[in-house]
Design a protein around this ligand. Sequence first.
Ligand SMILES: *Cc1c(COP(=O)(O)O)cnc(C)c1O
Length: 356
Amino acid sequence: MLPLSVLQKAAGEITSFGGAGQSVMEISHRGGDFKPIIEGAESLLRELLNIPPNYHVLFLQGGGMTQFAAVPVNIAGVEAAKEKRNCTYIDTGVWAAKAASEAGKYVNVKIPASSKDKNYTCIPDAPAPSADDAYYYICLNNTIVGTKWHKLPETGSVPLVTDASSCILSEPLDVTRFGLIFAGAQKNLGPAGCTIVIVRDDIAHNAPSWTPAMLNYDIHIKEKSLFNTPPCWCIYIIGLVLQWIKETGGLAAMQKHNSEKAALLYDCLDNSKLFKSPVEKSSRSLMNVPFVFNIEDAEKKALLEKRFLHEAALAGMVNLAGHRLVGGLRASIYNAMPVEGVRALISFINQFEKSA
Ligand SMILES: *Cc1c(COP(=O)(O)O)cnc(C)c1O
């Protein structure tokens, strides 16, 4: 969900932005009205995340998944495919595995650790990188299985790369620990259609000559994300969301707010006999909380899930089905979800347990 105040502000400006006499959906991305929108969003992002000057901020299209290819090509691509470079990926679930599989087209992917044998219910121990790794890749928050890296791997001089699509701006993050961070907007930043890339200058300009222009960080850096038409409306909403985060107290306030929500919900699940969180306590996500019925009988479980989703929807609570690949239930409690929303879910869970 997005903050209601952001939606209301956008609604108020939908036919005429500022003094433009046009909607943000109508203005030219090269015109004077759009410049402060994209520059304002970048400077707010830099302020909130404390992004040092030797990092570039890009507003790109193609979703998080386009970065699954852009990252290996830009950072470790080589002119001749037969000399592929080594890169390390840690397998913590669907999104990490998809990124590794896409990267395999361009680099030699090594996967020294995986939690697949534990159904991805924890973050595995992260081995040290090899000296010849071009980068070391982790998915910071695993949206589908509900795990997150609470402690970052030590990668020395090997750049740490992360997909932060489902946790960006949910709490403070030390950008200097990373060579590159990317995040699709649609989970915690704004509408679908924009992906933010934060990349350190020393690794940002190495794309080989065969790189498609639209994937080439060097080009997007030189063109200040205006190489082609950017997702103007989406960047505008991201700017409003960033302003909302700043006014709410920044990332420290977000962390407090999100930790409180997550603690309430995990506590409810840990105290329930009917429901449980499948995720190990030390790996639990603040943003995505999967939960399941604590019963063996698969048929009964499926019926209960169906009833739960139906009755929850009647009570005004939607989007509680687990990801289609894993089933079960899941509450995604991104930044804009108020604590009252989590309390309402908890009281629904408790009531359901009594009546089941
Ligand atoms: C949702 C998600 C993606 C997919 O991004 P698209 O924008 O749909 O390409 C990638 N990584 C993570 C961690 C996600 O949660």
